[in-house]
Design a protein around this ligand. Structure first.
Ligand SMILES: [Zn+2]
Length: 221
């Protein structure tokens, strides 16, 4: 009853279409949830995304939950997660993503780290919120101490493209030795070129990780 009263005063609305939610719905209305642009990617078959990591033999599979379109629903959700403090969206999307993992044995979930200045400003890493949603469905340890992000790409935009590419090599610190022989899921919010998350995977391979699975909430076509 209290919840109903609260929702009368502060009605919760769908994060996509702003329609009032009924009690069984969380964050997103049933219609918008059905209409989400699912990729159909699976960790059990070769996806388009996996091709971006073909240089790294440790990467066994890659899958994204949704397609990313300009002004599309995935962009809208991730924008709210990153810039409007809506951490619960990350947890929700992580729960949705968890279904893809099914029977894959994993030791750790590694959220793609953001630079500490960015984290301080935002108050959290959006990929960690996604990881929390995944581990609520599959109890896998989340490790944020595996690699560190050395700088943000925003500080790189004034440099030439070639220089930026060379700099990418050092975007992440050396990985923690603890990953040797482990099976890990690297989770990101959105993957476009795959270059930065690819560098992260290379750091893990240097420390003889056993298997890497790359996941993201959204990706391009
Ligand atoms: Zn809706």
């Amino acid at each position: 009853m209290i919840r109903d009263l609260i929702s009368l005063i502060y009605p919760s609305v769908c994060i996509n279409c702003n329609i009032s939610l009924i009690q069984a719905e969380r964050l997103i209305c049933t219609k918008c949830k059905i209409d989400l642009p699912h990729t159909g990617d699976s960790f059990h078959s070769e996806s388009e995304l996996l091709k971006k990591f073909s240089h790294n033999a440790s990467v066994k599979a890659a899958a994204s939950l949704l397609y990313f379109h300009q002004k599309g629903v995935a962009q809208k959700l991730l924008h709210k997660l990153k810039y409007e403090g809506k951490r619960s969206i990350g947890v929700f999307l992580g729960e949705e993503f968890a279904d893809k993992l099914m029977d894959i044995p994993l030791d750790f979930i590694i959220p793609v780290p953001i630079h500490k200045a960015k984290k301080r400003k935002r108050g959290y890493n959006q990929s960690t919120e996604i990881a929390k949603g995944i581990s609520s469905k599959r109890p896998i340890e989340i490790r944020e101490d595996i690699v560190k992000r050395n700088f943000s790409t925003a500080s790189q935009t004034r440099k030439s493209k070639v220089k930026r590419w060379h700099n990418l090599e050092n975007v992440y610190s050396q990985a923690n030795d603890i990953i040797e022989g482990k099976k890990v899921l690297v989770i990101d919010d959105v993957i476009t070129t795959g270059a930065t998350v690819g560098m992260l995977c290379d750091r893990l391979q240097e420390k003889e990780v056993s298997e890497i699975y790359v996941g993201s909430i959204a990706r391009g076509h």
